[in-house]
Design a protein around this ligand. Structure first.
Ligand SMILES: [Zn+2]
Ligand SMILES: [Zn+2]
Length: 434
């Protein structure tokens, strides 16, 4: 079972020759795809990397903040997914009348695409769709994360002024420590969100996957085969069929005697019991928007297995020709924070702070935390940009090392063993988490 992150755009503010503006797809072990941010080239990137992801599988889009490099591709993508291209052709347009074949098949209570984002995302989408005379052949729903009601205790009515193909969304208020917990719950995953510090309201999303059945250890199979004759003598024609009875959620079967399988597990003729396996906790993934301080969501992100954190600027004295002679790490960090952003070191320290990969409960051979850096200054091109000098590769390796060093030092300072992985996101290159 693999979890994949597919970065579609990893540049800060403006694109360069190898990086587009912010967008990231999270591909869950099923076919579910969640999209985080939607910079201007997202649609083009989905076409480029379509072997990994299908646009028609995108039903949930999470926006971290309203800066243009994170949302200017949102409405074009909606038009693509929900087939709205072409604009309004008049009052008789079958999309308006709700008489297209697609609309006849769908219930009006289910949106084709549901969007979550900070306050203002609803107005942005409505204005863009109306302003371009677009009519979708399906339905959207937009849910806004509100920090609090206005001083008079009111919230905007989400049904007021709805777009022609919009189902009224939710105004979501904080539930705990300024965070919005469980804003979306499905049998497969739950999403929470928390505020993070940036130059405009910005959020991070925490995705908790549902508990999973454990992989059955090979020793179980070996043991059942070892006592194969015994099981056959008590009426179990296929002893390996008992493997299904060791998983959580077991229910007694009529054709299996209680003496063979009970609440405890499978009883062996030597008096031992093969114990029933518990559920394995699901992975937890935290995906942050732009930030110079994500600490307000520390508690809901604690124990994550994967953290996506921006690293807009770095202090690379041997490689960065744009540095001034007086620049030090402290100067660069201060300048980066003043613009609402982070350095790789800050990302590494936050990984330690939320105990990334330290929670345990996963199998021993699995990874102990993955930190994915993204949202790089456009002066950092990725490895693909390399000419003969290999400079871009060296820059990205150095950025990665900055985060590794800071994360490792912070973990070891607390007397814990560090076993992490740091990846610098590249457009179209999947980050696979076992
Ligand atoms: Zn940005
Ligand atoms: Zn921003």
């Amino acid at each position: 079972m693999q979890l994949k992150l597919l970065p579609l755009g990893t540049s800060s503010a403006i694109p360069n020759s190898t990086r587009c503006q912010s967008s990231l797809a999270l591909l869950l072990p099923s076919t579910t795809t969640l999209l985080f941010d939607c910079g201007e080239s997202t649609q083009r990137q989905l076409h480029r990397f379509r072997t990994s992801i299908k646009r028609t599988r995108i039903h949930k889009i999470f926006i971290t903040h309203l800066h243009g490099d994170h949302i200017f591709g949102l409405c074009p993508l909606l038009l693509n997914i929900i087939e709205g291209n072409g604009g309004l052709v008049g009052a008789t347009d079958p999309r308006l009348a709700g008489t297209t074949e697609k609309q006849k098949k769908r219930k009006e209570t289910e949106p084709d695409v549901e969007i979550f984002g900070p306050v203002g995302i609803r107005a942005f989408v409505r204005a863009n769709l109306r302003g371009t005379y677009a009519v979708l052949d399906g339905w959207i729903r937009i849910n806004e994360l509100h920090p609090a009601p206005s001083p008079d205790g009111t919230l905007p009515d989400p049904a007021h002024d709805v777009y022609v193909r919009e189902l009224p969304g939710r105004n979501i208020l904080p539930t705990h420590d300024s965070c919005w917990t469980d804003i979306l719950t499905t049998p497969e995953y739950t999403v929470s969100a928390g505020p993070i510090v940036h130059s405009c309201p910005s959020v991070g999303y925490v995705i908790q996957l549902a508990p999973q059945k454990q992989t059955i250890p090979p020793t179980y199979k070996d043991t059942l085969l070892e006592f194969s004759d015994h099981f056959k003598s008590v009426g179990i024609k296929q002893p390996l069929s008992l493997l299904r009875d060791v998983q959580a959620g077991w229910e007694p079967r009529e054709d299996v005697p209680k003496e063979v399988v009970s609440e405890e597990g499978i009883h062996l003729p030597n008096g031992r019991v093969l114990p029933r396996l518990g559920m394995k906790r699901g992975r937890k993934i935290t995906i942050l928007g732009d930030t110079c301080d994500p600490s307000p969501l520390t508690e809901i992100a604690r124990g994550s297995d994967v953290l996506v954190h921006e690293a807009t600027n770095a202090f690379l004295p041997d490689l960065d020709t744009s540095l001034k002679a007086t620049d030090t790490y402290e100067v660069i960090e201060h300048r980066t924070i003043s613009r609402g952003h982070s350095t790789p070191e800050m990302a590494g320290r936050f990984a330690a702070r939320i105990e990334l990969g330290q929670t345990g409960g996963l199998e021993d051979d699995e990874e102990k935390g993955v930190l994915v850096l993204n949202h790089f200054s456009s002066r950092y091109e990725d490895d693909m940009a390399d000419g003969e000098d290999g400079r871009s590769m060296k820059v990205m390796t150095a950025i990665r090392e900055c985060a590794v060093k800071a994360w490792k030092e912070a973990v070891e300072k607390e007397g814990r063993e560090w076993k992490g992985r740091v990846e610098c996101a590249r457009d179209g290159v999947e980050v696979v988490v076992k």
